[in-house]
Write a protein that binds this ligand. Structure first.
Ligand SMILES: [Zn+2]
Length: 310
């Protein structure tokens, strides 16, 4: 049975960084955001984290062979149709309340389960990591019978997340021709509430969910990784964390299929808590996000007045 650690949370919450650090641990195979594999890799042949085009990456070609006897046997239109039918935030209440998952939910989940099992087999890893983030997908994966699913729910201060969504970021996969999505602070505040609540619901449905605060994780990545390894049932030796130095990590190339541009970083990655929002997010927007997300910010232990953190 494939053992999967799913990294969830609203985008720009730090899931890519957590995944890159987890990917350095022995016995871990980090896959990136598998949710985008079908379109961006199978269809668009974008770059893998190793730098190769998807079709030229030996790892992913072996995974496709093992999972589907070749990627050409995957009906991407079918995957898209299933996704549109089941993997939507508005479907989460239905997904969460279903005693027995519907056939289309099980079929959609099985595509992921096959990728995870094949990746574990090809890499020899004990644990595969999917940083797809989407809460609806995490709910769907409950329907995959042959999966040991554990979820890390990454939370970051909603105001930091909102500020990040306002910034322009080019997508290196498209050689800068395309930009990552941007959201207004009001919109990202609503999304932040919805996605984080969805992971709370997942935990109440019996899925092992470990919530981490991104800011806390960055303050002590060594302790944070030890706790996550423990949660995932991964035995660690002290030397396994030697890639961490004070304030940085030394990364090797991985095979992340899709996601944040940080997936391409090889070598030294600075581990610095980015609190630019405390200076750069306009006061009115900060108040708006603080008001919309206030109850959950408080529940997660974030001070509503950022001056309190100083
Ligand atoms: Zn690759």
């Amino acid at each position: 049975m494939a053992q999967v650690l799913f990294l969830g949370g609203l985008g720009r919450s730090g899931t890519t960084l957590v995944e890159r650090l987890l990917g350095e641990l022995p016995g871990v195979c980090a896959l990136g955001e598998v949710v985008h594999l079908w379109q961006r890799d199978l269809r668009d042949d974008e770059r893998c984290g190793c730098g190769e085009r998807f079709s030229a990456c030996e790892f992913w070609q072996r995974v496709g062979k093992s999972a589907f006897d070749g990627w050409e046997n995957v009906d991407v239109d079918r995957v898209h149709a299933l996704r549109d039918a089941v993997e939507r935030t508005r479907h989460i209440p239905r997904l969460a309340s279903a005693v027995k998952p519907a056939a289309d939910v099980r079929e959609y989940a099985s595509f992921y389960a096959r990728v995870y099992a094949a990746a574990a087999e090809v890499s020899g890893a004990k644990l595969v990591v999917d940083s797809s983030k989407h809460s609806a997908l995490a709910h769907v994966l409950r329907a995959a019978g042959d999966l040991d699913l554990r979820v890390v729910h990454v939370v970051r201060d909603a105001r930091g997340v909102a500020y990040s969504w306002t910034k322009r970021v080019a997508r290196p996969e498209t050689d800068g021709a395309d930009e990552m999505t941007r959201y207004s602070p009001g919109r990202s505040a609503l999304l932040w509430n919805a996605h984080n609540a969805a992971f709370g619901l997942l935990a109440r449905r019996g899925v092992p969910v470990r919530r981490i605060r991104y800011e806390e994780f960055l303050a002590d990545p060594r302790a944070g990784l030890r706790r996550l390894a423990d949660f995932a049932g991964l035995p660690l030796q002290p030397a396994d964390l030697d890639f961490l130095q004070p304030g940085s990590a030394e990364l090797r190339a991985g095979h992340s299929a899709a996601g944040n541009p940080m997936r391409f970083t090889v070598g030294r990655l600075p581990l610095r808590h980015d609190d630019d929002w405390t200076r750069a997010l306009p006061a009115a927007q900060r108040r708006l996000v603080g008001a919309v997300c206030g109850p959950m910010l408080r529940a997660y232990g974030y001070p509503l007045n950022p001056e309190e953190t100083r």
